[in-house]
Design a protein around this ligand. Sequence first.
Ligand code: NAI
Length: 300
Amino acid sequence: MAKIDFSGRVAIVTGAGGGLGKTYALELAKRGAKVVVNDFGGARDGTGGGTSMADAVVAEIKAKGGTAIANYDGVHTHEGGANIVKQAIEAFGKVDILINNAGILRDKSFTKMEEDLWDPVIAVHLKGAYNVTKPAFLNMRDNGYGRIVMTASGTGLFGNFGQTNYGAAKLGLVGFMNSLGIEGAKYNIKVNTIAPVAATRLTEDIMPPEIFQKLNPEYVTPVVLFLCSEQCQDSRKIICTGAGLVQRASIVVNDGVFLGKEPATPEAVAEKWAQILEPKNLRELDNVMAQSLEIMKYYS
Ligand code: NAI
């Protein structure tokens, strides 16, 4: 198996001042990439800000002989996203790899989920990924090469009490990936998504201590590094990973039930409901046209 090497590659890691992002930045640099270490430097809920987190990671990379620069922009603003990519191109000439990793939490049960909790979470995770990916994608398109990793979460894929804002943003990233991967295919831009599980400041009070101790973020790092590599030829995949386990998650349809060529009644739906839900012959569909073809086969 050839060594995965990032010499000559330029990578942007957002939210790389701590937690998972820091491990990606360190390992990319160790394997030869020039890294833009972005971090807004705020608290877990996104308040505050500062330069020390990104600076510390850059200092660590440089002390180990690697190449990195710090960026302190917030991904949640359009200008911030543009500036991160501009800085990468000015310093290193291009962008090959983008890991959309920056994240905050503002948890509350839905009856207490007000706009000041909803909007910033969507802004950092979903709009933030757009803000950085748009200018990065343009550069990747011009160069005919790109690797983009989105960071979803188990909450987006499977749900969690108190995280409607976060779950909406995180599954939104899967939708973003699904269409962007289609648009990036002809430029050799692969877009994949991870749903990590790791012990970081985001999860320290959510997980039981005995589980927290087993979830070193460094278990997630090799999976993300592979997705960022030239060796990764797949796109539009969702990978759940933590503590050494790497699984693929996917969105599937079952056989379903054809209710007839004339519009049916709600009672007919009720009668067939168990069969409609039956997880039989589950399969992925490549795009929205494939969904239409599923319907059309009953009319051919
Ligand atoms: P973390 O809090 O250590 O890292 C997130 C980083 O993003 C922080 O350093 C923070 O300063 C930075 N950040 C926040 N807002 C920013 C902004 N507007 N612009 C730039 N940087 C900003 O947490 P962790 O766990 O490393 O999270 C990384 C990603 O993984 C997040 O997207 C998170 O939602 C996701 N995730 C983590 C899980 C886990 O088990 N730790 C589970 C599922 C998803």
